[in-house]
Design a protein around this ligand. Structure first.
Ligand code: KG4
Ligand code: ZN
Length: 347
């Protein structure tokens, strides 16, 4: 089965062709990130305008790279939400039009379900992997941070989520405080290279509470105060970046550790979402998984961590596999789409 995936939830225009939910035949992304590098974030209207311009060339490139004909495509999967509404509409309108013209089904996909499916993706030259449930999936990006115990592609229990900022947001806001470019994750990671991560100590969030939730706003505020109050900090940006990155990652890894203790039935740990591209986070989680004798998977290559259309096509495949009956093209494109409408909650 060949699935065409379309993803436009933020500043990227992405189209991919994926075979049977795993083999990525093409994964084309055009991003307007450079445009926003000097700002602390994305300007929604400007992002959507760029996406209108990029969509057709990106679509053509994805079909050409995959070397497939239009009538070989079985169905289209598109990000329904959440995200920037104007951007999402560029994707869903394109997908609806193509599905109508080509006479094929169209599947709306929750953006986070795409991220959760990204460890299944592989490039054609690599063997396809077969992850084993139950899986602990930590999904950390610019918009959300949550941790799931998944028993199936569409079934899982939400064990914890952020109460305020997302982990990626903490990287982005931290970078802005440190005068580093957007997006903050890669810039803080670069700045942290060679820095001393033990030099500055940040408070552990929600330490006094019995919870699996996350909280990132306090860490960002602690960074703000450090830069304001400690004269050495501005001049030691590498150490500050490394210490801040370490604190952000430690909060995530601590939750994984707690959950592995509570749920010995877990067979694999998956890191997904833009923050899973962080090599320090991967190394810290790998160390923990080695101690517990458990498999760690994170999207490979790193381009499958951040927003892409291959993950949307893959999630669409698994949705399609478990769906009986016709698909309707009349779904609502939504900036704030609860994941609960896609993932069946059960403990
Ligand atoms: O999943 P994603 O591409 O978009 C959303 O769904 O939000 O994630 C983007 C987020 C941004 O906040 C970005 O700073 C962060 O992921 N990010 C990283 C890294 N690469 C991207 N955070 C830490 N380390 C990285 N290497
Ligand atoms: Zn994302």
């Amino acid at each position: 089965m060949l699935i065409l995936g379309i993803e436009t939830s933020c500043d990227e225009t992405a189209v991919a062709v994926v075979e049977n939910g795993q083999r990525v035949l093409s994964n084309v992304i055009s991003s307007s990130q450079k445009l926003f590098a000097s700002l602390a974030g994305v300007i929604p209207e400007e992002a959507a305008r760029r996406q209108v311009e990029c969509m057709i060339p990106v679509l053509q490139a994805a079909l050409a790279t995959a070397n497939v004909r239009v009538h070989d495509i079985s169905f289209i999967a598109v990000t329904q939400g959440p995200g920037l509404l104007g951007s999402l509409l560029v994707g869903t309108t394109t997908a609806r039009t193509l599905a109508h013209l080509w006479g094929i089904p169209l599947l709306p996909v929750h953006h986070t379900l795409g991220h959760l499916t990204s460890p299944w993706l592989s490039m054609p030259e690599n063997p396809v992997c077969t992850p084993q449930f139950p899986i602990l999936s930590l999904s950390a990006s610019g918009g959300h941070t949550d941790v799931w115990l998944r028993t199936d592609h569409l079934r899982g229990a939400l064990l914890g989520r952020t109460r305020d900022d997302a982990a990626g947001e903490a990287f982005d806001k931290g970078a802005s405080l440190l005068d580093l470019p957007y997006p903050g994750g890669p810039s803080i990671a670069r700045e942290a290279e060679g820095g001393d991560e033990t030099r500055y100590t940040f408070p552990e969030p929600l330490k006094a509470e019995q919870t699996l939730d996350f909280s990132y706003s306090g860490l960002k505020t602690a960074l703000r105060y450090l830069l304001r109050d400690d004269p050495s900090a501005r001049a030691s940006r590498k150490d500050v970046a490394a210490s801040y990155q370490f604190a952000l990652c430690k909060h995530l890894v601590r939750r994984i550790q707690q959950i592995l203790r509570l749920h010995p039935e877990i067979r694999e740990v998956h890191l997904v979402g833009g923050v899973s591209a962080n090599t320090r986070l991967r190394a810290m989680t790998q160390e923990l998984c080695n101690q517990c004798g458990i498999i760690l998977r994170a999207p490979t290559p790193l381009s499958f961590c951040t927003d892409n259309a291959a993950m949307i096509a893959a999630a669409g495949y698994f949705l399609h596999r478990s769906h009986t009956g016709p698909f309707s093209r009349t779904f609502v494109t939504s900036a704030s789409l609860p994941i609960e409408e896609t993932l069946i909650q059960h403990c």
